[in-house]
Design a protein around this ligand. Sequence first.
Ligand SMILES: N#Cc1c(N)n[nH]c1N1CCCC1
Length: 325
Amino acid sequence: GEVSATPEPNESEYLSPVSIGGQTLNLDFDTGSADLWVFSTSLSSSSIGQHAAFDPSKSSTWEDYPGASWQIMYGDGSGASGTVGFDVVEVGGATASRQAVEIATKVSSSFVSDVNNDGLLGLGFSKINTIEPQPQKTFFESVLPKLDQPVFTADLEDDAAGTYEFGRVDTTKYTGMLHVTPVDSSNGFWEFASTAYSIGGTTYQNSGASTAIADTGTSLLLVDDNVAQAFYAQVQGSQLSRTAGGYVYPCSAQVPDFGVQIGSSGFIATIPGSDITFAEVGQGTCFGGVQGNGGGGIQIFGDVLLKQYFAVFNGGNESFGIAAK
Ligand SMILES: N#Cc1c(N)n[nH]c1N1CCCC1
């Protein structure tokens, strides 16, 4: 089938309505993780707050997974944990009839305060699913055999609703060609080669990290530390601020275009300098959307990059493609 779910824009995530056992929650679609977990009625009422909380006792199709548990920690230090069951999960129009659903019995404070987000729907590979004693399939892996095409697409927008679609590539959503690169899923991510970058239209080889992941669950574009340093060397007045947690600069500064290579074919995906500022941090100082990855070997290409393009995640031949829109 062909389906689409329209995520609500929130400065740091794209939420989409998901039906679980007939209950609708807004989940953060995250290609950088592989757990589908939800706020639940097992949480304290102070943790639930304004969130929608899934209540398994009210679902006629709920099935417990006795003795199973999960616990996840994200790169930003946030985390959650709990118990597991199976239920009917429907996104847009694709239905997984017996999807592993992870019930949160604990969530960290950043999830409590992010009131728009009732949990996550992981779109990474199930080898990084955290369910014990046995990792379970993601929603995409569950519905894959039933889809017309083994794909999902992400069309994220700036401050406007984006769209995830499962089972088809809507060719009216992009212009020009789709630049496709093979994906190496062995780390559980949509990971591909990326060994070059461009600043102000000049291309350079990236001597540090050699791969990157497409990560819709991250807001920023986290590149090799040397690349971030080279970029901000061309932004007047920029500095690496420990208090801000990254590079900041005067909001009036001229920011050059920045590009990163997608795959080894040579295609450089470019972000206009005017779209690189992520947030104002006060006193006319701005926080950049491009930051260092802190020395890890993998670069994380999040929404700052992805919202400039139409993205195709192909679970059939394990490839990632982007096109201008
Ligand atoms: N950090 C981090 C992170 C990431 N790299 N992908 N998704 C993430 N999160 C999803 C919910 C909180 C953080």
